[in-house]
Ligand binder design. Structure first.
Ligand SMILES: [Zn+2]
Length: 344
């Protein structure tokens, strides 16, 4: 049993103040005490990420647990905020090997299709041992940025979002167990149909932008109450904060409006998006539901906040959009992340 104390614990609907969270050996939250006087502001000096890997099953993917907890982490005494680690609902680890190497213009009208040829070349160059090394390296890196579990896609399969959604809905038992990746070309009518079937859409914004794909109509999907998950996909971006930030930004650029992806009763896009993508991501990976509740997965990220005047929701806005006063604790697998933490 491990115990963590925090000034604020993220829950489904809000924040619990001054909590003591007990985590059982199976990796679930065993108990939550609130108001126990455990959260002195500014007590941020400990290495405080606690995660536990929870395996999941999926028809199209293998869910690979990752841990954001470095092997030598000292159990936390006290942190500022505890939030659920982000599920990574769509990932090809091997594609990280060509990240950055496919940006040079070939002079022949580069597109997703020219990138795909390069990607196939990368597959051909990999044997099983190289793939394992690539995956291990990548998982350490994405864990350091706050992902808590990942759905790895083993081969370059056709993305569901690129097949006609009407055909899929007519020929497959699409329901809440289904996740459609990208769905960037879905029509309004198709989104209405998917929302009625309670399917999840996994949006991989940094990859879609990098490949010159299209833009998922997240505003329409949100208005329909659609379930959302995120994925690092090609792994040009490893940080769930970047994915969430650009979900909001692409809407701002298209509409010339701000603060679009908030939820009823919560005007803060940072915490609204984080909750929504965790809930949808757990669905995509087949993980137990529940945020900040007994029995929920204890894949928790500890967040340090150096501005004691900030509310918990303001701290999440800062974490997703600015990172002026907030940072992840203990995410040490990445040297650059370490440097950033030490400079702070
Ligand atoms: Zn993919």
């Amino acid at each position: 049993m491990q115990t963590l104390r925090a000034r604020w614990l993220m829950t489904e609907s809000g924040w619990l103040p001054d909590v003591t969270v007990s985590i059982d050996d199976a990796g679930a939250i065993a108990a939550i005490e609130s108001g126990a006087g455990s959260g002195a502001p500014g007590a941020t000096g400990t290495n405080a990420v606690a995660t536990s890997a929870v395996a999941a099953n999926g028809a199209a993917t293998n869910a690979v647990p990752t841990s954001a907890c470095p092997a030598n982490a000292t159990p936390a005494a006290q942190v500022d905020l505890l939030i659920p680690a982000m599920p990574n609902a769509h990932c090809h680890a091997f594609q990280h090997r060509i990240a950055g190497l496919t940006e040079r213009a070939s002079g022949t009208g580069d597109s997703f299709w020219t990138w795909r040829e390069r990607m196939y070349e990368a597959i051909d160059a990999l044997d099983a041992a190289a793939l394992e090394t690539a995956a291990t390296t990548l998982y350490r890196r994405i864990a350091a940025f706050g992902y808590g579990a990942v759905a790895e896609v083993e081969a370059a399969r056709a993305h569901l979002g690129t097949t006609p959604i009407d055909w899929l809905c007519a020929n497959a038992p699409v329901d809440a167990h289904w996740t459609l990746v990208h769905a960037t070309h879905a029509t309004g009518a198709e989104l209405e149909r998917l929302a009625a079937l309670d399917a999840t859409v996994c949006v991989c914004t940094t990859t879609e932008a990098n490949l010159g794909d299209s833009q998922f109509d997240l505003q329409r999907w949100s208005a329909l109450g659609g379930s959302l998950s995120i994925g690092s996909d090609s792994n040009v971006g490893l940080d769930p904060r970047e994915e969430l930030r650009w979900l909001e930004y692409q809407g701002r650029l298209a509409r010339r409006e701000r603060s679009l992806l908030v939820s009823a009763g919560n005007p803060h896009p940072g915490s609204a998006l984080w909750r929504r993508a965790v809930a949808g991501g757990r669905r995509s990976l087949g993980l137990p539901a529940g945020i900040g509740a007994v029995g929920a997965p204890a894949q928790l990220l500890a967040i340090a906040c150096e501005d004691s005047a900030m509310s918990a929701d303001e701290a999440l806005d800062d974490l997703v959009f600015a990172q002026r006063a907030t940072r992840l604790h203990g995410a040490s697998a990445s040297a650059s992340a370490n440097e950033r933490i030490e400079r702070n």
